[in-house]
Every structure is written in structure tokens, then in C-alpha cells.
Design a protein around this ligand. Structure first.
Ligand code: NAD
Length: 419
């Protein structure tokens, strides 16, 4: 997530990924150019009263990249490294993600530059309510629907929904997704990203001729996505050989015990030191001897410096943007199958879409119905991306971008935006 003057920004990476595919597509030059820019972006500065009585000013952003296929959709991130450039990149990736899995949404993203780990719950609530008020003319259940992202959670979504509903004088659950279940959240949302990721791994393993229950797995990040992926794959009989988090990591050739790691995390704040394991660094994890590597933490983890040393047959991107374009090329040349973020982690936004639909209908589905619909969308989307990759002779990322850009460009053309 960290960006500095010497490092390419996430937005530069997003543009490079877009340009590389768009250059080969027969799309209207005006549409091609428009898709390089956010349609709408707002930067706000707002005051928050802190617990010690002082007033601190925070900067927040909401960017809507494209709405040709439907309202903007994308999470709100609270993190010290949040920048306008990062939010712009994330909003563009959301456009492609929604289009790859065929959701009737455009792409958006938001963020506040803050460190919630050093703030009290009261401070986070006041920040959330004030930020929601600042962007309340931008967001709306028919225009732009936020959701949770890094360091925001169902409680933050509940505060956003309450603030917006209070301003409108009515209950508006469809303003955000990822809400707690009693406030209109969807069953199955918490595990949705991991479930979608596992469906992709299962389909990719079939393609590579690898039996699912023989896979050796390494996972970076043991939060919502990483811990649920570990638990589901462990249930399928896969061997989890390595797991890391921000503080350190663990390795066990015979297979790690998810329950023991979860206990260790709860008691110490990290999986590091789980009894019966050896310690493992994040750098070692990327190069670990395994079949499937799942980056499920932050951006820019697989780079030109370590991509050549990756031993996994498959990388399933739980995180957004974990692989740099240079690393992507190296991995393609090595024959490593990379399931790109815009497909691999799309289970989350898919069930967010289900949540929004349930809110609009005021009619709620069972967890089985949610899982069944997610299964269908993810399996079909994986097949479309794989089919396009084979037809065009590209890797899966280029194929996913190819499908997504054409779908968005077609919607823009049909609307008569650029002729
Ligand atoms: P989380 O905050 O629940 O967990 C993040 C994990 O990453 C933690 O275990 C943390 O210790 C670890 N981590 C943080 N910095 C790290 C570092 N420098 N090195 C190694 N590990 C580090 O977040 P999450 O919801 O699991 O999201 C993880 C990634 O997946 C993010 O990139 C997010 O944008 C993406 N994602 C999440 C969802 C979702 O539904 N939660 C959906 C799509 C994409």
C-alpha cells in the first residue's frame, strides 16, 4: 500500500494494465480514453473531535471510475497510506471486477487517511459519521454504494447506514453493503470472498490436472480472506504448509492446524509461534515449495525481485494488486497460472450485490441460496476467462481485462456516450 516518490503509484500500475489490453482491442478511441480517467472524484477535509478534546482534520476520498453498467460499487478503506492515487486505482479495478463477473455495477472506491488501530471506537464512529455526511451527496443506493475494505467492518457500515438514513428520514439499508445481519446484511457475506477464491482454485486445479485434496497451500494474510480460505481448503483435505501475517508466520511440512493458528492469533495478535510450527517470513512464504500461493494481504508482494523464485504452480490473488506487471510477465513465462484479483476475489462484491438486491426487495435469502448463486457466477466467470485466455493465447489477467473492457465499452457505446 505504501507509495513513495520512487515507487510507481497503484494508479500508474492500473493504467499500465489497462493500456496493455486496451491497445489490442478494437474500441472507440474516445471510449478508450475515457476509461483511463475516473468519471467523478471528490476529496474532502473534515474535522473530528478526538477523545482528548482536540480537533483533528482528516482527508477522505470517494472516486467513481465508471457507471456505464450500473451504479458505482466499491469499499471504503481506513489506512494511514490511503492516497487519492490509490483510491483512483482501486476504483478502476472495481469497474473491471464487476464487469468480469457480470454484475450490473460500475466501479468506485473510497478511503480516509487515518490509523484506526490508534483510534478509539468513539473516534472511529465520529470520523465515520462525519465522512458519510461529507460524501452523502455522492453516494446513494441508486448511484454509488460503498462497502467495507481494509480496516473498515460491519460496525462501520452500520454507522454509515444510520447516518445516511437519519439524513433522509427513512431506513435506507441499500446505501451500503457488508452490514451486520440484523440491519440487512446478507448471510454468507463474511465468507464470500474466500468461497469465491476457493471455487477459482478448484476450477484451476481441474484445468491443471491437480487433484484438489493433494494441493499444498501457502497463504499470506490471516484476516477475513486468508483465514477463511485456510479453513475451507483444510476442510477439502488440502495441506496448508505456510501462513504469514504482518508480524511473522508459520511453516509445517505435515500441514498447519487452522484452529491452533486462530487461537494463537487471538492470544498474541499473530499466527507466529503457533505450537508445533517453525517460523516463516513473508519473503520465504512467497518462495515456498507449494502448489498454490494465495496472497491475501496487501499490494505489491510479488515483484520482479521474487517472481522468478516462485515455486507454486498457481497463484490465486485474494488481495487487490499483489502482483506487479513485471512479475506477471515473469510468472507467465514460467508457466505459473495466475488467477487475477479481478476474478479471484470477486466473490466478495458478488455477495455484496446479493445484499443490495435483498435490501431493495426487502426479501431475504437463506445461506444456501446465497452460496448456490455465488457458485454459479464464479464457475461461469472462471470458465469465460479461461475460454478467452485459450482463444486469444493470453494469460488469465489479460483475458479477464479483455472481457471486462469490452463489456464496459459496449455499454458506453450503446448509451451513445462516445460514437
Ligand atoms: P484483513 O484486514 O482482515 O486481513 C489482512 C491480513 O493481512 C492480516 O492477517 C494482516 O496481518 C495481514 N497483513 C497486513 N499487512 C501485511 C504485510 N505487510 N505482510 C504480510 N501480511 C500483512 O483484510 P481482508 O479483508 O482479509 O483483505 C485482505 C486483502 O483482500 C486486501 O487486499 C483486500 O483489499 C482484499 N479483498 C478483501 C475482500 C473482503 O471481502 N474482505 C474482498 C476483495 C478483496
Amino acid at each position: 500500500m505504501k507509495e513513495n516518490a520512487c515507487q510507481e503509484s497503484a494508479y500508474d500500475v492500473a493504467l499500465r494494465q489497462y493500456d496493455a489490453v486496451a491497445d489490442k482491442l478494437d474500441i472507440d478511441p474516445g471510449i478508450r480514453e475515457m476509461l483511463r480517467h475516473p468519471r467523478f472524484a471528490v476529496e474532502v477535509a473534515f474535522p473530528v473531535k478526538m477523545d482528548d478534546g482536540t480537533v483533528k482534520v482528516f482527508k477522505g476520498y470517494r472516486v467513481i471510475h465508471n457507471t456505464a453498467r450500473g451504479p458505482g460499487k466499491g469499499g471504503i478503506r481506513y489506512h494511514p497510506d490511503v492516497t487519492f492515487e490509490e483510491v483512483k486505482a482501486l476504483s478502476m479495478w472495481m469497474t473491471w471486477k464487476c464487469a468480469v463477473v457480470g454484475l450490473p455495477f460500475g466501479g468506485a472506491k473510497g478511503g480516509v487517511t487515518c490509523n484506526p488501530l490508534e483510534m478509539s471506537q468513539g473516534e472511529i464512529e465520529r470520523l465515520t459519521r462525519r465522512f458519510t455526511t461529507e460524501i452523502s451527496d455522492v453516494i446513494g443506493p441508486a448511484t454509488d454504494i460503498p462497502g467495507p475494505d481494509v480496516f473498515t467492518n460491519p460496525q462501520v457500515m452500520a454507522w454509515m447506514m444510520d447516518t445516511y438514513s437519519t439524513q433522509k428520514g427513512r431506513f435506507v439499508p441499500g446505501i451500503v453493503t457488508g452490514k451486520p445481519i440484523p440491519l440487512g446484511g446478507s448471510l454468507g457475506r463474511a465468507q464470500a470472498t474466500a468461497r469465491g477464491l476457493v471455487i477459482c482454485i478448484r476450477e484451476a486445479a481441474k484445468e491443471l490436472g491437480l487433484p484438489l485434496n493433494s494441493l499444498r497451500i501457502a497463504v499470506q494474510g490471516y484476516g477475513n480472506v486468508g483465514s477463511n480460505v485456510v479453513s475451507i481448503l483444510n476442510g477439502y483435505g488440502c495441506k496448508i504448509v505456510g501462513v504469514t501475517d504482518v508480524m511473522g508466520g508459520v511453516f509445517c511440512e505435515a500441514g498447519l492446524d487452522p484452529a491452533a493458528m486462530t487461537t494463537q492469533l487471538r492470544e498474541t495478535g499473530s499466527v507466529e509461534g503457533t505450537p508445533g510450527t517453525d517460523s516463516l517470513s513473508n519473503a520465504e512464504l512467497i518462495e515456498l515449495d507449494c502448489d498454490v500461493l494465495v496472497p491475501a494481504a496487501i499490494e505489491n508482494q510479488i515483484t520482479k525481485a521474487n517472481a522468478g523464485k516462485v515455486k507454486a504452480r498457481m497463484i490465486a490473488e485474494g488481495a487487490n494488486g499483489p502482483t506487479t506487471p513485471e512479475a506477471d510477465e515473469i510468472l507467465s513465462d514460467k508457466g505459473v497460472m495466475v488467477i487475477p484479483d479481478v476474478l479471484a476475489n470477486a466473490g466478495g462484491v458478488t455477495v455484496s450485490y446479493f445484499e443490495w438486491v435483498q435490501n431493495l426487495m426487502n426479501f431475504y435469502w437463506t445461506e444456501e441460496e446465497v452460496a448456490e448463486r455465488l457458485e454459479r457466477i464464479m464457475t461461469d466467470s472462471f470458465a469465460s476467462v479461461l475460454g478467452t485466455a485459450k482463444e486469444k493465447g493470453t494469460n488469465l489477467r489479460a483475458a479477464a481485462y479483455n472481457l471486462a473492457i469490452l463489456r464496459v465499452a459496449e455499454a458506453m457505446k450503446l448509451r451513445g456516450v462516445c460514437r
